[in-house]
Write a protein that binds this ligand. Structure first.
Ligand code: MTE
Length: 320
């Protein structure tokens, strides 16, 4: 998010060939089909374009979130324009993100809970109520999308985890594997990516733990196999590829807060009246259209969440 501290030896993302591509190329070369190998590469790309497997059975759409007031952003665009710094600092990380192996996947539940445990994602999903919700998604960089997510309420995970009464925050952590994620070799970032919410925010019905989108399993670039989406907060709070959920009495310090605390804080609730220190938040570019529209407080989800912050609207605290 516009914080670029690259040493001289930094490799541009375009110089990194996705593993499935170089493996396929190597196999073909080994078979003595040098010329053919180059011809075969577009085919590799075409197969990858088909995207993840369909979600089966497809969960029902929640009627309360069936219409986000704007057209759903094209899947092709959403799957190719991403912030996922583990795979690079450009938006074009979808090729690199295909390296991440998302099956099997497990999640560690720990901290202030009745019982710490590690659960396989497939087992967790058997215990969670899956549904589809169409949500607006507003990045702090002043662009937005509309996404038909498939997932389960974070509130259901909180209830399942049985937090102790001393738990005041929920902290999320992304995988850490610099062999797979070249961005994690950039030591000036505070890996792994971490984010957090208060226990009250986590218990609100809006936050969704996402495992699919567009009727399919989640694209790796979108944070497969398990990410969070907090539709009333700036997008950086919506952490991807989660491996750990911890319950704590200490406010977690997020990845961006750790890096640049005066620009990206803990709360990060959308507010057009509070500018980012380096740009306005008044409007947003609706990706996939020519439109620039006014940004709405709490990204339009005020009726569901404003009560969480009542009495604290003055100043900057809850907006950063
Ligand atoms: N989670 C991880 N682990 N790494 C990231 O770089 N980027 C964040 C958030 N979650 C990020 C992340 C930011 S800045 C945004 S805007 C959203 O993911 C982007 O989600 P999208 O690519 O699905 O639009």
């Amino acid at each position: 998010m516009h914080i670029i501290r690259r040493p001289d030896w930094h490799l541009p993302e375009s110089a990194v060939t996705p593993e499935p591509v170089w493996r396929a190329r190597r196999r073909l070369l080994a078979a003595g089909a040098g010329a053919l190998a180059m011809a075969a590469l577009p085919g590799t790309a075409a197969r990858a374009e088909e995207g993840p497997a369909p979600f089966s059975p497809l969960p029902a759409r929640n009627p309360d979130f069936a219409d986000a007031g704007r057209a759903v952003t094209e899947e092709r665009l959403n799957a190719s324009y991403n912030n996922f710094y583990e795979f690079g600092s450009s938006k074009a990380i979808s090729g690199a993100a295909r390296r991440l192996v998302t099956d099997p996947w497990s999640v560690r539940i720990d901290g202030l809970v009745a019982r710490e445990r590690t659960v396989a994602l497939e087992d967790l999903l058997k215990a969670m109520p899956l549904e589809e919700r169409i949500y607006r998604h507003r990045c702090v960089e002043a662009w937005s999308m509309v996404v038909p997510w498939i997932g389960f309420p974070l509130a259901a995970l909180v209830a399942w985890a049985e937090p102790l009464s001393s738990a005041r925050f929920v902290r999320f952590e992304t995988f850490l594997d610099p062999d797979v994620a070249p961005g994690q070799r950039q030591h000036w970032y505070p890996w792994p990516y971490v984010e957090g919410v208060t226990i009250e925010e986590a218990a609100n019905p809006l936050p969704l733990m996402v495992v699919g989108a567009y009727g399919k399993m989640l694209h790796n670039a979108m944070g497969a196999p398990l990410r969070l989406h907090l539709p009333w907060k700036y997008g950086f709070k919506s952490i991807k590829s989660i491996v750990r959920v911890s319950f704590t009495d200490t406010r977690p310090v997020g990845f961006w807060e750790e890096l640049q605390g005066n620009e990206y804080g803990f709360w990060a609730n959308v507010n057009p009246d509070v500018p980012h220190p380096r740009w306005s938040q008044r409007t947003e570019r609706v990706l996939g259209t020519d439109e620039v529209v006014p940004t709405v407080i709490y990204n339009g989800y005020g009726p569901q969440v404003a009560h969480l912050y009542r009495g604290r609207e003055e100043g900057r605290e809850i907006w950063f």
